[in-house]
Design a protein around this ligand. Structure first.
Ligand SMILES: [Cu+2]
Length: 439
């Protein structure tokens, strides 16, 4: 029997709140607290105290520093993120602010779609972490703003380190000498419950300067959505009766860069075309062109296309402008809504533009409440990057029980942030540029 979509939506929200309340050790009957007005300024982290500072020197010599705070709708927010490899005298500032921008979950049968951050209490569903969920690390205490719980304090933020295998290896023509290093990452994560799902928000800061942000979905398939009698679901129990409705998870991240401490960054797009050999050419040729993105952009991933955010002020020791490249992970673009039609949006900074969809209120007359509407030709002097990574979830038997984590996300790779590999061992430090073997 199909549940009316409205009641289903209410069920979903109620489950999230009840379980969060129980986890916090209070009864589910706690009344709503006074909420902060929607457009009130969020607490600033221009300076953060020790409780809100994350500083990790990794065993390979790289230090990551940042401040964290917790937003009543967006959840974990990382601010003033900087990176300092062993050869740099000062930290290299990368991001002013980084967080999720929305999780949009439309179901294939057209019955319902969820805006988990703005409409379904993603942030309020922060979960206490068991010690084993943060191996070798520390679990920080998070005060959840605007909480309906009487004690909105959750042991919910894990910071730890993890090995990622080889960072590099080179032997070259000196058989007795192998230069190799095992890479280390700083890992920062939370778990947020929304209805039947539990989302892992993971930020990975590598010792080579790369940053990877992933959203993982686990928990259980939505109990309310076993009614796909119309061919839009997959059977997950015995026979064909229990059908879980297929759906999409369209995750957005919002990144406000501050390369070398300035938000006045530039954005560039690169495209290459490959042409079959002509005349006497031995092989195909590839031509790469750069397009400066000076106005707001709704961009799409394409073969041979990439973007980078370039520092307006800082250069590395080779005299090259520092930048970070945007490296998308696998994605399924959902064409059902205007705001999911493109993979990457770059907008001019506006503090009112907070969520990629279902933004609390329009930002000016006729401005709309989703990121696609904000791309309207403004000149970019302070670009904000919105990345949209989609996953079409067609359930399988293995999704019970619990559901294995399915991941979606993307990376930022440093490009000319340092003059050489930031992990270069001393013995190879002279090999910069067109070096000559056997020196
Ligand atoms: Cu799913």
């Amino acid at each position: 029997m199909r549940v009316h979509s409205d009641s289903r939506a209410r069920t979903r929200a109620a489950v999230g709140l009840t379980v969060a309340a129980l986890a916090a050790g209070v009864t589910a009957g706690a009344g709503p607290a006074t909420a902060r007005p929607e457009n009130a300024p969020a607490p600033t982290a221009a300076y953060c105290g020790a409780a809100h500072r994350i500083e990790q020197k990794l065993s390979t010599g790289t230090t990551w520093r940042m401040c964290w705070r917790y937003d009543g709708k967006a959840g974990l927010v990382l601010e003033d993120v900087s990176y300092q490899p062993k050869g740099e005298r000062r930290p290299i500032k990368v991001l002013h602010s980084a967080r999720l921008g929305q999780i949009h979950v439309p179901y294939d049968d057209g019955s319902v779609e969820y805006d988990d951050l703005t409409g379904f209490d993603f942030a309020q569903g922060l979960m206490n972490l068991a010690p084993g969920e943060c191996p070798g690390g520390t679990i920080k205490t998070v005060k959840v703003p605007d909480s309906v719980n009487e004690t909105p304090t959750i042991k919910g933020l894990c910071t730890t380190t993890r090995s990622r295998g080889h960072a590099y290896r080179v032997q070259g023509d000196t058989p007795g000498t192998v230069h190799q290093a095992q890479g280390r990452d700083l890992l920062v994560h939370t778990v947020n419950q929304v209805g039947w799902y539990e989302y892992l928000t993971e930020w990975r800061f590598q010792d080579d300067g790369a940053i990877t942000m992933n959203l993982g979905a686990t928990g259980s398939l939505s109990w309310d959505d076993y009614d796909a009698g119309d061919g839009r679901g997959r059977p997950v129990g015995k026979g064909a009766s229990a059908r879980a409705t297929s759906h999409s998870h369209n995750a957005f991240w919002r990144l406000d860069f501050a390369l070398d401490g300035s938000t006045r960054n530039r954005v560039e797009q690169y495209d290459s075309t490959v042409t079959a050999p002509t005349g006497g050419q031995q092989a195909p040729t590839t031509r790469t062109t750069r397009t400066k993105i000076t106005k707001e952009l709704a961009g799409d991933i394409r073969n041979y296309r990439w973007w980078r955010v370039v520092s307006a002020t800082g250069k590395n020791k080779d005299g090259h402008a520092r930048s970070y490249e945007i490296v998308p992970g696998p994605t399924t673009r959902y064409p059902g809504r205007g705001f999911t039609k493109h993979d990457l949006y770059v907008t001019q900074y506006n503090p009112c533009e907070r969520f990629a969809s279902h933004n609390p209120g329009p930002c000016g007359p006729g401005a709309g409440t989703s990121v696609d509407r904000w791309v309207n030709g403004q000149t970019l002097s302070h670009p904000v990057v919105w990345m949209n990574i989609g996953f079409h979830h067609v359930a399988r038997d293995e999704d019970q029980q619990p559901m294995p984590v399915h991941w979606q996300g993307f990376s930022l790779a440093p490009r000319d942030a340092t003059a050489m590999n930031p992990l270069t061992p001393d013995g190879l430090a002279w090999q910069n540029g067109h070096w000559r073997p056997g020196r």
